[in-house]
Write a protein that binds this ligand. Structure first.
Ligand code: PEP
Length: 254
């Protein structure tokens, strides 16, 4: 039974897409659908679009997020942006440890843990992404991978520090591939992750933490995924760039 604290969250990850003009157009579309959404809505936009999209989302309740941030507050880190800079630009949220960051940019669990600390210090709501690769799933390593990513990512924080944290379960084999996890696979993994959260900080923490599913979520499969007891929302890549996201925002929980 979902806790009242677990208000559904429908989040779009725009990745490295869209010009400013296209970002404005999409932000207006999302803002226009905010009133009929079935939960909280967030968009994780390219750094270049944060301020313009922020202007459009003002007063709509749609939360603005960045896709990554460095763990240092400032300094000689050419090409990076810091968590305080992200907050200063108007973001309320930040993605941490997306599988593309882990795979293509070398984000380790230790870095993710440091980024989490920096995000919390900056007052941001962090969405920590975890998930196994196809090879790991096929060699029966899924649970070990998820256990390590959750434990190492959240290590060293008090429960009160982690009150705002959101976890996103994103099986790497389902991201951008059109191969969605079945609702049963998603539920099984979410339940496992919730058990890991319980190990870290007990029942209350586990019951109150939102766990999103991500990986080829579409307008067609969102309802069956959201019908699962431990699926508290969706992190959506490809379909968040289209009108389909409005349907995802308005999912119908069975
Ligand atoms: C993502 O990038 O977080 C994602 C889930 O992408 P897609 O929905 O395209 O699989």
């Amino acid at each position: 039974m979902a806790s009242n604290l677990r208000r559904p969250l429908l989040a779009g990850n725009w990745k490295m897409n869209l010009t400013l003009a296209q970002s404005v157009e999409l932000a207006k579309l999302v803002a226009g659908g905010a009133n009929s959404a079935s939960g909280e809505v967030a968009v994780f936009v390219p750094a270049t679009a944060i301020t313009v999209v922020g202007e459009i989302l003002k007063g709509t309740g749609v939360r603005l997020g960045a896709q990554n941030g460095h763990f240092e507050a400032s300094g000689a880190y050419t090409g990076e942006i810091s968590m305080p800079m992200i907050a200063d630009a108007g973001c309320a949220m930040v993605l941490i440890g997306h599988s593309e960051r882990r795979k293509l940019f070398g984000d380790t669990d230790a870095w993710i843990n440091k980024k989490l600390g920096a995000a919390l210090k900056a007052g941001l709501t962090p969405v920590v992404c975890v998930g196994e690769t196809l090879e790991e799933r096929e060699s029966q390593k899924t649970w070990r991978v998820l256990e390590t990513q959750v434990a190492e990512g959240l290590k060293g924080f008090a429960p009160a520090d982690l009150a705002k944290v959101v976890i996103a379960y994103e099986p790497v084999w389902a991201i951008g591939t059109g191969k969605t996890a079945t609702p049963a696979q998603a539920q099984e993994a979410h339940l496992f992750i919730r058990a890991q959260l319980k190990k870290i900080h007990g029942d209350g923490f586990a019951a109150g933490t939102r766990i999103l599913y991500g990986g080829s979520v579409t307008a067609e499969n969102v309802d069956s995924l959201m019908a699962q007891a431990d699926v508290d929302g969706a992190l959506v890549g490809g379909a968040s760039l289209k009108k389909d996201f409005l349907r995802i925002m308005g999912f119908q929980k069975a």
